[in-house]
Design a protein around this ligand. Structure first.
Ligand code: AMP
Ligand code: MG
Length: 487
C-alpha cells in the first residue's frame, strides 16, 4: 500500500506532444472537502485507504496541489453530437492529470473533471457542480460493481466556490480513472482536420498502449477496430440487459476501450419502457433506451470513417457488420442468465421478447425487481408474486406456463437456482430518486447519505440487512424525474 506521494507516473499521452493536448494547470476550488471516496478505486492505484483522511487528499483532488511528476493536459477531440458533427470539442472542463503506473504494471489515467477553463471551454465556465459530480461518481462505481464495463471514480471533492447554472450551485470535482481517455472523437478530430500524420501517431499510441496484441496481426488497425466493435457490443448488451440508459451517446462520449464513459443525464429504468428517454434535451429520442443499439452501431461507423486513411473501406464495412450479431449473442446470454437458464435453447429469444412486450404493454413492471423476485422462490411460486405487476394477466399467464416448462427442462434445486440468479440480478440499483435524495443532503453539507448509498450500491447483488429501503420500488414522485443536462 502506498501513500499519496509514492505514486509513480508514466505520462504516455502527454509525450505525444502539443498537437494532441494543451498544457493547463487545474484551477482550484475554494475550501475543498472530501464528499465521498471509493476504496476499491483507491486500490487500483495501490493507495492505502487511510490516505483519504489526509487534508492533502482533498487538496490534490480540488486542484490545490499537484504531484511534481503529473503533467496535466487538456485533450483535443471533436465528435458527432446528436448526429451533427462539431469540429472541435476537447476537454473544456477536465484535465488528464497524468497516468499512474500501479504495482501490477497497469496504467490508470487520473482525470480531474471540473478543473477550470481550458482552450476548449467554448462558452462554458470549466466547472462541474456537486450534483453532477456525485452522479458520475455513483454511476461509475455502481456499474463496475454490476459487472458493466465502465470508467471508475476515485472521489468527489466539494467546495464553497459558487457556480451559476439554472440557479446558484457549488463547484465540485470528480476524479475519474480509466486506462485511457481516448474517445471515438479523438480519431474524428485528426481525420476531419486532415492531420493524417497525427491520426497515425494517435492510432499507434492506442495500439501500443491498449491493444498491443493487435500489433501481432497482419492489419493491426483493422484488428483494433474489430476489438472496439466487440467491446462496444458487450457494453451495450449489458446496458440493455440491465436497463441502463446513457442519455448522451455522442461520439465524443464513446470510449475507445468500450467502457461506459461520460455520465450525464443517465438513468436506470424503473418501470420497463423500451422507449424511455432519460435526457430531457433529447427531443427526438435519438438516445432513447431502445435506440442505444443502432446508435452504438452508428457511432462505430463514425469511428470507422475516421480510420479510412489507414484501412481499406471494404474491410471497415465488413467489420461493422459484426456488431449486431455480437450484440445479440451477448444480450441473449445475459438475459438467459437473468431468467435463470444455464443452457441455451432456440426459443429463448422469443420467450425474452414476449416478456418484454408484456412489460411494455403494462408499463407497471419494475425492471430490476422483476428478475430479483423471479429468483427468490421456486418458479411457480415466484410467478404468482411477479404477476401482480402486469396489466395483461391472461397474456402473462400464457408466458408463465412457457417459462415454467422451460425451467422444468433446466431442472436443478431451487437453492442453487436462487444463488445463480441472485448473482446476476441485483437487489440494489441506482435509481434516480435515490441519487437525488443523497444529492439534496450533500448540498446541505450532509455527506452521510451519499456515502451510504455508494456503499450499498457497491455490493448490488448482496442481501444487506438494514438497507432494504434502498431496494424498494420508487415512490410515484421519484419515477419520472427530469435530470437537467446542465452539469
Ligand atoms: P458533455 O456534454 O459533458 O459530454 O460535454 C460536451 C463538451 O462540452 C465537452 O467538450 C466538454 O468539455 C464541454 N463542456 C461541458 N460542460 C462544460 C463547462 N461547464 N465548461 C466548459 N466546457 C464544458
Ligand atoms: Mg463528454
Amino acid at each position: 500500500m502506498k501513500t499519496l506521494d509514492q505514486l509513480t507516473f508514466d505520462n504516455r499521452f502527454a509525450r505525444l506532444g502539443e498537437a494532441f493536448a494543451s498544457e493547463i494547470l487545474p484551477e482550484p476550488i475554494e475550501q475543498p472537502r472530501l464528499v465521498v471516496v471509493s476504496e476499491s478505486a483507491m486500490a487500483l492505484l495501490d493507495l492505502d485507504p487511510g490516505e483519504a483522511q489526509r487534508a492533502e487528499f482533498a487538496e490534490l483532488f480540488a486542484g490545490h496541489k499537484l504531484w511534481a511528476e503529473a503533467e496535466p493536459r487538456a485533450m483535443v477531440y471533436s465528435g458527432h453530437q446528436f448526429g451533427g458533427y462539431t469540429p472541435r470539442l476537447g476537454d473544456g472542463r477536465g484535465l488528464l492529470l497524468g497516468e499512474v503506473l500501479n504495482d501490477a504494471g497497469e496504467h490508470w489515467d487520473l482525470h480531474l473533471k471540473g478543473a477550470g477553463m481550458t482552450p476548449y471551454s467554448r462558452m462554458g465556465d470549466g466547472r462541474a457542480v456537486l450534483r453532477s459530480s456525485i452522479r458520475e461518481f455513483l454511476a461509475s462505481e455502481h456499474l463496475h460493481a454490476l459487472g458493466i464495463p465502465s470508467s471508475r471514480a476515485l472521489c468527489v471533492t466539494g467546495s464553497s466556490t459558487p457556480v451559476w447554472r439554472e440557479k446558484q450551485e457549488s463547484a465540485a470535482m470528480v476524479l475519474r480513472l480509466a486506462p485511457s481517455h481516448v474517445r471515438f472523437g479523438h480519431f474524428e478530430y485528426f481525420y476531419y482536420t486532415r492531420q493524417h500524420e497525427h491520426l497515425k501517431t494517435l492510432g499507434e499510441h492506442v495500439l501500443a498502449s491498449h491493444f498491443p496484441h493487435c500489433l501481432e496481426q497482419d492489419e493491426p488497425w483493422l484488428a483494433m477496430l474489430r476489438e472496439v466493435i466487440e467491446r462496444t457490443a458487450l457494453m451495450i448488451a449489458h446496458w440493455q440487459a440491465y436497463g441502463f440508459c446513457h442519455g448522451v451517446m455522442n461520439t465524443d462520449n464513446m470510449s475507445i476501450l468500450g467502457i461506459t464513459f461520460d455520465y450525464g443525464p443517465y438513468a436506470f429504468l424503473d418501470d420497463f419502457d423500451a422507449n424511455h428517454i432519460c435526457n430531457h434535451s433529447d427531443d427526438t429520442g435519438r438516445y432513447s433506451f431502445t435506440n442505444q443499439v443502432p446508435i452504438a452501431h452508428w457511432n462505430l461507423a463514425a469511428l470507422a470513417q475516421a480510420l479510412t486513411p489507414q484501412v481499406e473501406v471494404e474491410a471497415l464495412r465488413a467489420s461493422l457488420d459484426l456488431f449486431l450479431p455480437l450484440y445479440q449473442a451477448h444480450y441473449l446470454d445475459l438475459m438467459r442468465k437473468r431468467l435463470g437458464f444455464s443452457s441455451a435453447q432456440e426459443d429463448d429469444e422469443t420467450l425474452i421478447q414476449r416478456l418484454l412486450q408484456l412489460m411494455q404493454a403494462g408499463q407497471a413492471t419494475d425492471y430490476t425487481l422483476f428478475f430479483r423476485r423471479l429468483g427468490e422462490q421456486a418458479p411457480a411460486e415466484a410467478l404468482k408474486v411477479v404477476r401482480d405487476d402486469f396489466v395483461d394477466l391472461a397474456g402473462f399467464d400464457v408466458w408463465g406456463r412457457d417459462y415454467l416448462a422451460r425451467c422444468e427442462q433446466e431442472g436443478g434445486e431451487q437453492a442453487e437456482r436462487q444463488t445463480r440468479m441472485h448473482a446476476v440480478n441485483p437487489k440494489y440499483i441506482l435509481r434516480n430518486y435515490l441519487a437525488q435524495q443523497a444529492i439534496e443532503a450533500a448540498e446541505q453539507g450532509d455527506y452521510g447519505p451519499v456515502r451510504e448509498l455508494h456503499s450499498v450500491l457497491s455490493r448490488p447483488f448482496d442481501e444487506q440487512p438494514g438497507m432494504e429501503r434502498y431496494a424498494e420500488r420508487p415512490p410515484h414522485w421519484g419515477k419520472h424525474l427530469q435530470i437537467s443536462c446542465s452539469s
